[in-house]
Design a protein around this ligand. Structure first.
Ligand SMILES: Nc1ncnc2c1ncn2[C@@H]1O[C@H](COP(=O)(O)OP(=O)(O)O)[C@@H](O)[C@H]1O
Ligand SMILES: O=C(OP(=O)(O)O)[C@H](O)COP(=O)(O)O
Length: 397
């Protein structure tokens, strides 16, 4: 039995249905480079449209400080239209008269995509006035953005308190799949946390080290830990002001008996582009004008060896800038090793996150892992046992 209402409980015909989805998809050269998040919300969109609701999609893109072209959801419309196989009307705001007019003009079953909710500060502030402004254009709220459910924002949380609220099919499927795979994980458990969202994810590691046996740190996250240990990381992506937090996490891990693995070597380059001139160096060998862009061969070998000894793997965040070869090497090698063990029957491996999903697709293993979640930060918070505001609001609704 689900603890919240789903589309099975909703009377959708003729209703204006505000559907929160996560369209925060990876882009390359102005085009969506991985459509997984789009593909996952299609069942919800189709079901509401086919049952005669007007589908009004709400989503964020990036972390804009206000309206800006670079973060406009307009650029996602071609990929969404193609995946859906139906027209999608774009509205250049998410509140106010332009939305009211577009919704009034839409027929039952039509699909509208509203502009980035984060163009208004009220979204992230979960401002009551902004919640009301969003709600003014809907009769029903459906949340299908599990990957944004760790955010208590107006579009992910606030709306559930002012409109009849339901979980979308992907929200349901994600929670069911994660529970089935990870509610009682076989030990030892390894977590790999990498990627670029250092400040938001570093906070999570303090709890995660009490839940897992081995924590492998990669990407920009690793650079921050290395710098905190006094290693010169040159111009690498690194949040130097979080050094103290990193040291506290190391101490917590030690107290909890969780081993932390950091890279012992790296691929370094002076330019952030594909196929630049690069060097393989020991982890303390980065020059002042170089960046660590991937873990090196010794680090990969160590992670693969450890992988053989664990029974569960949870993974968010790539080891390197995998969009720029050869800095996809560590991520691809570890992904392939994990997939091989899953296929052989010795490992449950769950990977998640917008870019992590793209990396798993790039490695060709997305179908060979136990489960691939659209969520990164939300998945890690769920793994820690935290309540996700977007999910809790649905339960209370
Ligand atoms: N060493 C590094 N230097 C710069 N960028 C990196 C590095 N390692 C990983 N990244 C970047 O991290 C991004 C993914 O991080 P993140 O958004 O945290 O993952 P996810 O979306 O899966 O949660 C990728 O775009 C990748 O290029
Ligand atoms: O991409 C997302 O999360 P993820 O990077 O953890 O996978 C979600 O869209 C949340 O975005 P946010 O971390 O800017 O709130």
């Amino acid at each position: 039995m689900t603890a919240f209402r789903t589309l099975d409980d909703a009377d959708l015909a003729g209703k204006r249905v505000l559907v929160r989805v996560d369209l925060n998809v990876p882009m390359e050269d102005g085009k969506v480079s991985d459509t997984t998040r789009i593909d996952r919300v299609l069942p919800t969109i189709r079901e509401i449209a086919d049952k005669g609701g007007k589908v009004i999609l709400l989503a964020h893109f990036g972390r804009p400080k206000g309206p800006d072209e670079k973060n406009s959801l307009k650029q996602v419309v071609p990929a969404l239209t193609e995946a859906l196989g139906r027209p999608v009307a774009f509205v250049a705001d998410c509140i106010g008269e332009p939305v009211a007019q577009a919704v009034a003009a839409a027929r039952n079953g039509d699909v509208l995509l509203l502009e980035n909710t984060r163009f208004h500060a009220g979204d992230e502030k979960n401002d009551a006035g902004f919640v009301r402004a969003l709600a003014a254009n809907g009769d029903i709220y459906v949340n299908d953005a599990f990957s944004a459910a760790h955010r208590a924002h107006a579009s992910t949380e606030g709306l559930a308190h002012v409109l009849p609220a339901y979980a979308g099919r992907t929200m349901q499927a994600e929670l069911e799949a994660l529970s089935a795979g990870l509610d009682n994980p076989a030990r030892p458990v390894m977590a790999i946390v990498g990627g670029a969202k250092v400040s938001t994810k570093l906070e999570l590691l303090g709890n995660l080290v009490t839940k897992v046996d081995v924590l492998v740190i990669g990407g920009g996250m690793a650079n921050t830990f290395l710098a905190a240990r006094g290693i010169d990381v040159g111009k690498s992506l690194c949040e130097h002001d979080l050094a103290e937090t990193a040291r506290e996490i190391e101490a917590k891990a030690k107290a909890a008996g969780c081993e932390i693995l950091l890279p012992v070597d790296a691929l370094v380059a002076r330019e952030f582009k594909a196929h630049p001139s690069y060097r393989v160096v020991p982890i303390d060998g980065t020059e002042a004008d170089e960046m660590i862009l991937d873990a090196g061969p010794l680090s990969i070998a160590e992670v693969v060896l450890r992988l053989d000894k664990v029974k569960t793997l949870v993974w968010n965040g790539p080891f390197g800038a995998f969009e720029l070869p050869p800095f996809d090497t560590a991520t691809v090698a570890v992904a392939k090793a994990a997939a091989k063990r899953v296929q052989a029957g010795g490992l449950v491996a769950v990977a998640g996150g917008g870019d992590t999903v793209a990396a798993m697709n790039h490695a060709g293993v997305a179908d060979e892992l136990s489960y691939v979640s659209t969520a990164g930060g939300a998945f890690l918070e769920w793994m820690e046992g935290k309540d996700l505001p977007g999910v809790e609001a649905l339960r209370k609704a």
